[in-house]
Design a protein around this ligand. Structure first.
Ligand SMILES: Cc1cc2nc3c(=O)[nH]c(=O)nc-3n(C[C@H](O)[C@H](O)[C@H](O)COP(=O)(O)OP(=O)(O)OC[C@H]3O[C@@H](n4cnc5c(N)ncnc54)[C@H](O)[C@@H]3O)c2cc1C
Length: 273
């Protein structure tokens, strides 16, 4: 399965999951489907995914091999993959088709899983821990489940050694070291590294029509149309709205001890103390 370059044999095949997200808090909701309107909204690579890309590129630098970036999204998500090539990814796949639209995390994970299976052998899938729009942190674990491989979530440090993934996770009460056999899936947080900037000549080459970016639809990955997009989504967004933030200000007066007692009273009323 895993063979180390320094031993003069084949390298690591790393797949990085990259999501394009709206670069704004001012998201618009499609009143018909209750899902985000992504077309025409300025977009960026999901911040955690820049760290996932950086982690994949560093593994390739120490072991040799290939980094393939995969994204499911509207046609404009091509820009996120071009940026990934600009950073140093070797190839990319854009999963785009109206049939993929409105997918919840189950349908998204199925689609990404089918694509990874179609790409063939892999040693490691690297994803961001969380997307700033859906915010569920469900995709990494669900893709690992679909691929039936071990998963390490929220890694802050990772390396491949002796055929295994070695990673650290930071918790409130300390750092946990974990390891598992390859192939595996790992999600990374922003503490993991400092992403490099795209290298201009590589970024420009990514706009070349011959750039190594494939565009696949449901048929290309052999997807069951009942399991993708809105059709394949048991979770339907009933209603999405921006909650109105109401600020009520109350000024306490009197002696400090009196005010402190009154404050504790207010907090208790609101079950905050
Ligand atoms: C406001 C809002 C609320 C939502 N709530 C739910 C919900 O409660 N349940 C539900 O099932 N769906 C929900 N969705 C839909 C969900 O966002 C999509 O299914 C989405 O594709 C994946 O979930 P996520 O954004 O939470 O990603 P996370 O699980 O937070 O993403 C983790 C990582 O997975 C990878 N990844 C995620 N999406 C993609 C992609 N499209 N292409 C490539 N890599 C990807 C990235 O590496 C990312 O960092 C919601 C969407 C929105 C906008």
């Amino acid at each position: 399965m895993y063979r180390d370059a320094r031993l003069g044999v084949a390298e690591l095949d790393v797949i990085v999951l990259v999501k394009q997200v709206p670069n704004t808090a001012e998201v618009k909701i499609d009143p018909r489907t209750g899902t985000l309107m992504r077309e025409g909204v300025e977009s960026i690579i999901n911040p955690d995914d820049l760290h996932a890309l950086e982690a994949g590129l560093r593994l390739r630098e120490s072991h040799g091999g290939r980094v393939t970036a995969v994204s499911m999204g509207p046609p404009q998500a091509m820009d996120a993959l071009r940026e990934a090539l600009g950073m140093g990814a070797d190839a990319a796949v854009l999963l785009t088709d109206r049939a993929f639209a409105g997918a919840d995390t189950l349908a998204t994970s199925y689609t990404l899983g089918k694509c990874i299976r179609k790409l063939g052998r892999f040693d490691l899938v690297v994803a961001g821990h969380q997307a700033i729009d859906g915010d569920t942190a469900q995709i990494g674990p669900q893709v690992a489940e679909y691929l039936d491989v071990p998963q390490v979530i929220r890694a802050t440090r990772l390396e491949v050694r002796d055929g295994e993934l070695h990673a650290e996770r930071t918790h409130e009460d300390g750092v946990e070291a974990v390891r598992c056999a390859l192939p595996a899936l790992v999600t990374v947080t922003r503490e993991a590294n400092k992403p490099r900037y795209p290298y201009i000549p590589r970024l420009m080459a990514a706009f070349d029509p011959n750039a190594p970016i494939k565009t696949w639809g449901p048929k290309d990955i052999g997807a069951d149309e009942r399991l993708i997009g809105l059709k394949g989504s048991p979770t339907q967004v009933q209603k999405t709205f921006t909650p109105k933030l109401e600020k009520k200000v109350e000024k306490l007066s009197g002696q400090p001890a009196e005010m402190a007692r009154a404050l504790v009273g207010r907090l208790k009323e609101r079950r905050l103390a």
